[in-house]
Design a protein around this ligand. Sequence first.
Ligand SMILES: [Zn+2]
Ligand SMILES: [Zn+2]
Length: 220
Amino acid sequence: MRKLWIMAILICSGVAIFYSCNRKGKFRIWDSGPTRVGIQPFVNIDPDEVDSVKNAVERMYDFEVVVLEPVDLPEMAYTEIRYPRYRADSLVEWLSHHVPDSVDMVLGLTNKDISITKYKDASRNEIKEPVWQYRDFGIFGLGRINGKACVVSSNRLHKGATQKMFYKRLTRISCHEVGHVLGLRHCPEKKCLMNDANETIKTVDKSTGKLCEKCWNKIH
Ligand SMILES: [Zn+2]
Ligand SMILES: [Zn+2]
């Protein structure tokens, strides 16, 4: 029995060594090929925004990124709790169920405002105070940790921004959400791309736009 275990461990480490040697600089997370990300544009998104996100994700993670056919925002995500907009958690849910076989994960991109409920203590379902504000709270993006999908909205990124700043925000947030899908949680390192935006775009503007060493090591 013990011999069998040792053999199993040896085989596993052999696979791991082959796996890491065979990467050729591309990450492989779910299958034997390089990771493929699908950008799912929702209607009326500016093609330049889609292009900049595609380039940023390719550059940062060295993934293969393809742009999928634009689709309407799903009706099931629409809300009027505070304003007419779309629930980010419902969009991520919807996207997770619409990942084409040709890709490993999907990044939804919209110019509509998106929102979530913010909890004081999610395990006890207690909404953060003031409840009227946090029951439906506008956000920049949302990604499911170790999931299959994330969503980014460009709606709130224009405020006080030059065009250059706008694109910097959009690409940083997109790479941040992809980081969540890859399994990264928020990082305490202030300049790290995975630092929590903490409800203000200033955090995103101050970031280096790069992952800190610890975060890199986690996804490698
Ligand atoms: Zn985050
Ligand atoms: Zn970090």
